[in-house]
Write a protein that binds this ligand. Structure first.
Ligand SMILES: [Zn+2]
Length: 359
């Protein structure tokens, strides 16, 4: 006989894109996407280019609300809005604070927008740093220097010049933080390891690492559902020497579900795999975001400390969530904001965004 409820620290999403909460319901791509590059080009790079700060606020508020409803109290976010760079991280931080979720934000600097505002799919490593990349790094610096919880962000090596990568690493050292970067998610970025190795450090977040061919210092963030969705292959995180954490890559912040998927994919490659491995990846989040250890989530299930229970028990929900000593979710409902209003405002902003995409 087990108790009906049990308590854990707040869960951590180690890689999120809060701006993507408004993607749901977006118009279909002009033609079916057939490769990872086409998914970036036709979906995400079209979407982020249309974002303004008002859309971003409600997207982040909705993402934060849905995180709390899943017992996730800390989010490590990776943001891009190329036509609304300045002030974007403060907007994300404010939206999360309004809901009561911890967030560590960064702007993903990239050279894929040239100085005339044209999109390049890949960037020559020897190219000069673009104005857009400089503005992205400056946004990270501004946020951190103003006292915000942040990292330095890079989109990915294949859309950054060596000059930009070097500048990001130097800025991170100067600010005492790490770099949060997509690494070898698709074949197109397979030389990321060689490009980043001279700079990478233990406090870097290496997101995906599916096609990483060489060791690189940092924590690997595994995003199993996103990798399945983009058909980029399996990262085989259990075989890596790095610490491994779990992220959602912008598909919500339900970390129990992400851990279940991580276990299922691990199992699909190794029938002897135990769910303890995926649960250890979830626990790595507390090393990255130690403040979440002090948060308290009371769950609708009594065996939250058994990976074998959790791997096969769906529908487990938080009843109460306490962040930094304050109850921010009670009886499954957020306390600080009106959830219905956040959903309604987010739907309005999503409609405005989708109209721009359809234009
Ligand atoms: Zn990502």
């Amino acid at each position: 006989m087990t108790d009906a409820t049990s308590t854990t620290p707040g869960l951590v999403c180690a890689h999120h894109h809060l701006y993507s909460a408004l993607a749901r319901g977006m118009p279909a791509t002009p033609r079916p996407t057939t490769t990872f590059m086409e998914i970036l080009d036709q979906v995400w790079w079209r979407l982020d280019a249309e974002l303004d700060l008002e859309m971003l606020y409600w997207s982040a508020a909705l993402g934060a609300l849905e995180a709390l409803e899943c017992g996730t109290t800390a989010i490590i976010d990776h943001h891009e809005s190329p036509h609304a760079i300045e002030g974007s991280l403060e907007v994300i931080a404010r939206a999360c604070a309004d809901v009561g979720v911890r967030v560590r934000a960064c702007y993903g600097a990239t050279d894929r927008w040239d100085d005339r505002g044209r999109l390049r799919q890949t960037v020559d490593p020897g190219a000069r740093m673009s104005k857009a990349a400089r503005r992205g790094l400056e946004e990270c610096a501004r946020h951190i220097r103003a006292g915000g919880d942040g990292m330095v962000g890079l989109h990915a090596a294949f859309t950054c010049s060596d000059e930009t990568i070097e500048a990001a690493a130097a800025l991170a050292n100067e600010l005492g933080t790490g770099v949060h970067v997509h690494v070898a998610e698709g074949q197109v970025d397979a030389d990321a390891g060689a490009r980043l190795a001279p700079h990478a450090d233990d406090d870097w977040l290496l997101v995906h690492a599916v096609h990483l061919k060489r060791p690189l210092r940092g924590t690997i963030v595994h995003n199993p559902r996103s990798n399945l969705n983009n058909s980029v292959g399996y990262a085989r995180p259990a075989g890596k020497r790095n610490p491994v954490a779990l992220g959602t890559d912008g598909i919500g912040a339900d970390m129990l579900e992400e851990a279940r998927i991580a276990f299922a994919v691990h199992r699909s490659h190794d029938v002897t795999a135990s769910p303890d491995t995926a649960w250890s990846w979830l626990a790595t989040g507390w090393n990255l975001f130690p403040e979440a250890r002090a948060d308290r989530v009371t769950w609708s299930y009594g065996s939250m400390h058994s990976a074998w229970h959790l791997a096969y028990t769906t529908g487990v929900r938080p009843l109460t969530v306490v962040v930094d000593g304050e109850t921010v979710l009670r009886d499954g409902r957020v306390v600080r904001v009106d959830a219905d209003e956040v959903r309604a405002k987010s739907a309005e902003q999503a409609a405005r965004l989708h109209r721009r995409l359809a234009a």
